[in-house]
Write a protein that binds this ligand. Sequence first.
Ligand code: GAL
Length: 644
Amino acid sequence: MNRALGVCYYPEQWDKSYWSRDAADMVELGISWVRINEFAWSKIEPQSGELRFEWLDEIIEILGKQNLKIILGTPTATPPRWMIDKYPDMLICDKEGNKRIHGSRRHYCFSHRGYSEECDRIVELLARRYGRNANVLAWQTDNEYGCHDTTISYSAAAKVEFQNWLRQIYSANTANNDGDIEALNKAWGNVFWSMNYSCFSEIDLPHNTVTEANPSHSLAFRKFSSEQVIKFNKRQVDIIRKFSGAPITHNFMGRITYFDHFKVGKDLDFASWDSYPLGFLEDRIEADEEFKKQFSRQGDPDFQAFHHDLYRSVGNGRFWVMEQQPGPVNWAPYNPNPLDGMVKLWSWEAFAHGAETVSFFRWRQYPYGQEQMHTGLHLPNGTKSAAYYEVKKLNEELKNFSLIETCNSKVAIIFDYDADAAWDIQPHGNNLSYFTLIFETYKALRKLGQSIDIVSSCHNNFSTYKIVFVPGLMYMDEKLKTVLSKFSGQVFLGPRTSTRDKNLNTPIPLPPNLPNFDAKIVLTESFRSDSPIALENGGHFCNYRERLEGSANIVERTVSGEPAILRGGNFTYIAGWLDSVALKRIFLSALKSVNLEVFDLPSGVRLRVNSKERFWFNYSSQAQKSSIVNLQPAEVFIEPIDGS
Ligand code: GAL
């Protein structure tokens, strides 16, 4: 497939006299897609019902004349000020119950019916007007659902909708039309601490409780909040589809786990995401200071790759990078300039993972507002920035290498948003986060040269894989257990996999209850990471472990003789959180046992293998030598695979 370049453009922020020139310059740079309009509601509708589409018509025409393809955003992430007067209760509320106010973005609550109807209206106006426009060739719904911690709202609207949602789940033909409250009390174990309810309208949102709320209650609220996002998105998609045949996407973010992206993805034509490697390194990754220092101008070597693999799966095989960091951003604790060549490397990494388009944020730095310190492809005065020249080079390189084909990896990791919620709600110890567990698994495999697919817990055909990793999936349904037990490859599970039921209760018989695997967890403990538990063949359980008893084979023990890794059928259960030494040793032997080619890559070097080429990346600021290639800092080396 041909790979393309794009850019995020905000015509509403610039005088009209810039537009034609900008469009011509975009073409010269090799841009083919331009995303517009995702924050322009107040420009389209300055007062309720007062519509101003002329400027949008004009810019669409100008871009179209240059054969630029437009991705039209729906502007619902930025409700205009008049909306708040109309619906003062549409504002999202934080955990303390405080209303967020107008003056930035994403200040709406997903559960507010009035606001949802306003969104329907503006989306329909746009879809009717531009649905058949020959230049509008894709749509983006809203902007970064959940960014700035905006999935969960503790508003009055959310409370009403949550109660209705629970009534439906525990529905019953009761005389008063309420749900079956006794079924809910039982499912949540509300007899504990006298938490029983007598009707659904008594149920509050799980915040402001004296100590932690019932985990079943908290998990239900997380699932409900996720579904509100899914519904909100689907309403927009359904409206656009009535008027347009163009594909629809949403631009997801890095490490936002409060809603189920796989479910949103089912309603889209492709996924896209916003990649800010240097911001993410400082802002979203647990790593020691030395590591952050080493990669401060390159970004974590695996964080972007992980999200490419995740969003390829969320997008049912199709994804883009909708916003690529071009230089220093404005929002992280430190905002350095990338090492020369990194913008190009990040883009190549995206293409190597199957991105169809990499689009840069933004065309020109804006000298007003919150993002004045955020670079673009041009300075505010129009001078070209360093990133402009890298994109130009990238475009040249793409001309010689634009046909990249992705292929199925042999290694899969199951990632699940409800599991993330479950770990958040009952972590059982400091720093025990599901995302971190998954990311450490991914990182360890990538350091061994693997190309990985991230799949959802609903995935039901693993036949193309040789090995599947399922760490931390607290609730595992029977279907997945059966599918995995019948799979011809190896499955690595644990810690905590299959240890709770779907309401976050402990099952009896005791878990993990896996087919062909006879062992049960009789103790779980978290402990200080400065007092790890050593494993007999090297490395440690670093902060959490389980003790299992049963007849499953013991593959490895702790130095004090307790089972650490157990095997039954094709399941291997790892009974604790491994440190990096143990991860490397155990995964190396696991990969070799299924005959996969394994590399021991030098610091910062990563590999991505497709059907026709191997991509080598050097994220290190030093030159590096692997067994196959020597790489300069920020170098990408594309090696054709023999016979292709
Ligand atoms: C993204 C967002 C953009 C812009 C950018 C700055 O999260 O979608 O609108 O704010 O960050 O890095």
